[in-house]
Design a protein around this ligand. Structure first.
Ligand SMILES: C[S@@+](CC[C@H](N)C(=O)[O-])C[C@H]1O[C@@H](n2cnc3c(N)ncnc32)[C@H](O)[C@@H]1O
Length: 226
């Protein structure tokens, strides 16, 4: 199974051998399976709340001899059918939590819950790789409030959609900006069209909370001043 451009961009951020990788909200599990195949970690955890999808995924992983042959050195895997907010992290030095393909508001809530439900000792070694659908301003503001620092941020264009790929941890001191200061190429038409779409969307939201959305709009507009 060839990864989509979006999932391939996430995969490409995991270059160093990891102890544990969490493919959260994994659904089909394509990303985790690709990580398993290239032995990117000692252990790959698949987590989703849908029991039928997780049962199918478990059956696929069990059947697939390339992913786990008894006695060989391939990484371990585990399928968990539960809310991502309640995962128990491993106490290891290199751990990545990937949350992709869900809304930014939910992604923030899940990150907040993971941090609240695990010891600071475990959480301090974790790198979060986030690639949500929409609501990235809210997500970014929340990551900043949590004191998470930025490692990298990228714009990914995949099948006529634009995604923000954000990598954060407590080990970085770089501020997470609300609009993604480090990722824009204002000479790239896809990037400017995406900013314009965000501005159009937030202009429509003005009647819901004028003060808040005016600030969001002026933050995105100021990208053009930098
Ligand atoms: C569109 S899929 C994303 C699949 C994959 N991560 C990707 O980016 O292509 C979203 C998945 O999130 C799962 N999900 C939503 N909220 C969840 C939660 N709180 N805990 C676990 N899984 C959740 C859904 O069941 C669904 O399978």
């Amino acid at each position: 199974m060839k990864l989509s451009k979006r999932l391939a961009a996430i995969d490409a951020l995991i270059t160093r051998q990891q102890n544990t990788i969490w493919d959260c909200c994994c659904d089909h599990g394509y990303l985790g399976m690709a990580l398993l195949k290239r032995s990117a970690a000692d252990k790959v955890m698949f987590v989703d709340i849908l029991s039928n999808v997780m049962a199918d995924l478990e059956a696929t992983l069990t059947r697939n001899k390339k992913l786990r042959t008894p006695g060989d050195k391939k990484p371990e895997w585990q399928v968990l059918c539960q809310d991502v907010g309640s995962i128990k992290l491993d106490d290891v030095a290199n751990q990545v939590v990937v949350i992709a393909g869900i809304g930014g508001e939910l992604a923030l809530r899940l990150v907040q819950q993971i941090i609240a439900n695990n010891s600071p000792e475990c959480v301090k070694h974790v790198r979060f790789i986030l690639c949500p659908i929409h609501h990235t301003y809210l997500l970014r503001s929340g990551l900043h409030t949590l004191n998470l620092g930025l490692h990298s941020e990228h714009i990914i264009s995949d099948k006529n959609r634009i995604y923000e790929l954000i990598e954060v941890s407590f080990k970085s001191n770089q501020t997470v900006s609300k609009t993604g200061d480090a990722m824009w190429d204002l000479n790239n038409k896809q990037h400017t069209a995406y900013i314009q779409r965000l501005l159009n969307h937030y202009n429509k939201m003005l009647n819901k909370d004028e003060l808040y959305y005016q600030k969001v709009i002026s933050d995105y507009q100021s990208l053009y001043d930098s």
